[in-house]
Each structure stands twice: as structure tokens, then as C-alpha cells.
Write a protein that binds this ligand. Structure first.
Ligand SMILES: Nc1ncnc2c1ncn2[C@@H]1O[C@H](COP(=O)(O)OP(=O)(O)OP(=O)(O)O)[C@@H](O)[C@H]1O
Length: 240
């Protein structure tokens, strides 16, 4: 079967620094894939290259067999792939509604935009309640929901989320993942999520990739990684 998302022999460089090398990856439609690994492993670079936010030095990226590499970020988003960047990057001075409307300008199907707005408000009722509030006045968890909701406004088939847990309390992280999983089920989304915690990934469930030095060094079910990390913690006291 053709992969929903295919990455072939990808390399990303920043000047002399190689952030990603020889990376290949196939993600099936509807799959949930966690990407883990230490700081600097290349997780954000992988997502950014797929989304067209950074240029690949070489390699090929395909969605549904169509080549995405070389297209700009907006063209890629229009084809149904969107990214929620690390640190959320919402516009704090704009209202929630204005934040959600950013990026819908490129779409001509206004009634579909209204439908998508309704869908995200149904998925995140708090955003409907706070529609006229400044985004900067939302809590951290609500800002993360807004960032996810904004990415949904381009009606993606594949969504990538860079560290949704960052800076959030565990209970809030639970809620963010509950919403993400609901949305995935509802829309048949394919999800790629950067998540440092194997325990968290195992709890949510899915496949997990471990990156190190710009490569994928392990690929399996998240529960296996969590079990391994627990074992390492028991032996080495948390140095996993
Ligand atoms: N814009 C950039 N310019 C130069 N070097 C960069 C840039 N972005 C990332 N790097 C470097 O590329 C390597 C991979 O970084 P990347 O952010 O992709 O890793 P990461 O696994 O997402 O790490 P983190 O968890 O810290 O975000 C690191 O050595 C980083 O310093």
C-alpha cells in the first residue's frame, strides 16, 4: 500500500551543520507516530522539512505519492499537510477568532471555512467561549489548543505537532492529547507528534521513532520504548 507520507533519503543542513541525514520514513494513513530523542536530535528539523518550512539539502518527501519537496510551506498546507510549530506561535495581540482566520485567506471556499470553524469550535468549546478574547490572555493549555485548532483550519489530512506537552501541567497535557485523539478519530487524520516522554506516548498509544544525531535509530510501538525506559530508570536512576 502507498504510504500517506513518505520521506526518502532526507538531509537537512544549516550551513556546515548536518541536522538530518539519510532519513527515510513511511507513515500509513491514519497512523499516530511519536518522534522522540534528545535535544538537537533533529526532531523539529524533520517536521519543518516535511512542512516546507526549511529546505531539504537533498531527498524526497511525498504525500499520497505526490512530491512535496521543493514546494513552499503554503502550497504544502494547501495540499493538506499542516504543522503546529514548537512554542505554539500564536499571535497574542489578536483575538482567538482572528488567530483562527490567519491562513484561511488563501481558501476560496468560504462556506467550507465556516464549516471548519464550526468543527474546531465543537472540538474546543473553550475557544468558542473565548473567541473575542486576546489569544495572549488564554492559559498555556488553551493556547496549545488554539495552535492546534489553527492548523486544523486548513483542513489537513496530515498534521504534525511539535512538542504539544512543552511547559504544560500533566493534567493539561492529558486534555490536549484527548482532543488530538478525538480529532484524529473524527477526521481520519494522520498524526506525527514530537513527544519527549515515552511514558506519555505509550499512554496515548501509537508508533514511536527514536532519533539521535539526525537519524532514526529505533522504530516500534510506544509501549516497548516505555518499558525499556522504565527498565533503564530502574537500573541507572533516570538516565534513560
Ligand atoms: N535554524 C537553525 N540554524 C542553525 N542550526 C539549527 C537551526 N535549527 C536547528 N539547528 C541545529 O540543528 C540540530 C537539530 O536541531 P532540531 O531543533 O531539529 O533538534 P530537536 O531534536 O528538535 O531538538 P529540540 O528538542 O532541542 O528542539 C541542532 O544541532 C540545532 O542546534
Amino acid at each position: 500500500m502507498m504510504a500517506k507520507l513518505g520521506v526518502y533519503d532526507l538531509a537537512v543542513r544549516y550551513g556546515k551543520l548536518t541536522a538530518i541525514s539519510d532519513l527515510s520514513l513511511a507513515v500509513a494513513e491514519g497512523e499516530r507516530v511519536f518522534v522522540s530523542g534528545p535535544n538537537g536530535a533533529g526532531k523539529s528539523s524533520l517536521l519543518s522539512a516535511i512542512a516546507g518550512a526549511v529546505r531539504a539539502a537533498h531527498g524526497r518527501i511525498e504525500m499520497d505519492g505526490e512530491i512535496l519537496s521543493g514546494l513552499g510551506a503554503e502550497a504544502i498546507a494547501r495540499r493538506g499537510l499542516s504543522m503546529v510549530p514548537e512554542g505554539r506561535r500564536i499571535f497574542p495581540g489578536l483575538t482567538v477568532l482572528e488567530n483562527l482566520s490567519v491562513g484561511t485567506g488563501m481558501r476560496r471556499d468560504r462556506s467550507a471555512v465556516a464549516d471548519d470553524l464550526e468543527t474546531v469550535f465543537t472540538a474546543f468549546p473553550i475557544l468558542r467561549e473565548r473567541a473575542r478574547s486576546a489569544a495572549g490572555a488564554l492559559s498555556g493549555g488553551q493556547q496549545q489548543m488554539l495552535a492546534i485548532a489553527r492548523a486544523l483550519m486548513t483542513n489537513p489530512k496530515v498534521m504534525m505537532v511539535d512538542e504539544p506537552s512543552l511547559g504544560l501541567a500533566p493534567k493539561v497535557v492529558d486534555e490536549v492529547y484527548d482532543r488530538l485523539c478525538q480529532l484524529q478519530a473524527l477526521r481520519g487524520l494522520t498524526l506525527v507528534i514530537v513527544e519527549q516522554s515515552s511514558a506519555r506516548a505509550a499512554r496515548v498509544g501509537g508508533r514511536m521513532l527514536l532519533m539521535r544525531g539526525g537519524r532514526i535509530v529505533a522504530d516500534g510501538d510506544a509501549t516497548e520504548f516505555a518499558a525499556r525506559d522504565l527498565l533503564a530508570e530502574a537500573y541507572f536512576g533516570g538516565a534513560a
